[in-house]
Ligand binder design. Sequence first.
Ligand code: FES
Ligand SMILES: [Fe+2]
Length: 461
Amino acid sequence: MALILREAGCVQSGELKHPIFFNLPRSSGEPTMKQETQTTISGSAGAHGEIGLRVAWSGTAMTTQELDAALGDVWDRQTNKDIPPQRDFARTGPGTLAGRLLRKAWQPVYIAGDLKAGWPRAIKVLGEEITLYRGEGGKAFAVGGRCAHRGLLLSTGMVEGDSIRCAYHGWKYNGTGKCVAQPAEPQLNDKIKIPSYPVYEYLGLLFIYMGDGDPPEPPQFKPFEQSGIIANFLIDCPWNYFQHLENAVDETHLAFLHDRSVYQAVNFAVPRIEIEETGFGFAQYGIRNGNLKRRKYVHMPNMTAWPQPPLHPQEKAWREMLGWRVPVDDRRHITIGVAHHHVDEKDIVSFVESIKEERSRLQKLSKPEMLAMAVLTGKVRSADVELRDPPSDMTMIQDFYAMIGQGAIADRVHENLGSADEGIVTLRKLYEREMTALLEGRPLTVWENTIPMPHPGELPK
Ligand code: FES
Ligand SMILES: [Fe+2]
């Protein structure tokens, strides 16, 4: 048993001494296209017992305005404005049905280790502004984005104990959002309160609950707490979250979009799809060559789990991945999650070296977003994008132009689904079922708070 988990202050437990943590940090506010891709490697395996790898994929470092300018009509395809509310999966702001459904689940919103004590962060989730901060004692809090006095972003303020003080006139809020100090006022108005949200820290991620009433059981993925290496990732994605969820259950695209990628190593033929509804959502099996099953799980409402081929010789099995698609607003989302690498303790140091080397080689290649944008704007053919060496971010490039090429919000009216799209049909069916229940005031399904491992753990023959 060994848990490798880096949290704030490099908490670790279990037997392994070298937690590895690499992520794709989110930017504050809308980043610009000029932002450099950066790889910073800190720590050392031997001396500190900590390795931190930070990898920014600037493929998402484009503002919505820049995408509008670059892509024009390709990007603006919001033709599903008039669909019935229970089928409007894309819009998730306050009061929308899909937004209410997503608010009923714990949502991961930040890499736990990136939230330093005393350094508040402004984020946006489901169209709402939120301030994340870690109190001086290490506990994380999520409160509203702005001060109730005159609306300054609270992220510019100061953390004091477990409270946060606005930088403008010093109003202070505790972790429940209650205003506890208004220094320039003769008397405290103790009715002032800003929103606050429960926070749950797990597998290197910060989850918040934005719904009404008591939160459900928080997610628990026991196999990820056992042997292996846990790594986190966070990618800003400038398109609607539901396209990413649909892409995740679109098993057949591996054989086409990703024919030149990490997946080509396993001769992925066009699969036959089987779907099984479960207590957590549904399982999808892609059956290839008669017997090879690639399993994928959808943990309702917005997490998918999938196996991914290993890229380093130290990895003795496929990786398991957990990925949530969490709306920032209706035209952007984050993909945030956990990768579980199967590496023996004796191989950890060389595994880390291998990852560093992979990252430094990626730095020398064309930036993924530039290749994707070149395809989207017709400057190069998709077939001209050669398999990179290493091929690690090839699927990102391909998925980027595939998903953003559907538009900021995909058109689900003028499409023609086939039998191979059963995963997408099932996903939409479950969403519609739950959103109809919300519309009619009926209770929602209580989903199990866990899933099985997405792969049995051995390399396919
Ligand atoms: S705006 Fe925050 S204290 Fe005045
Ligand atoms: Fe893909």
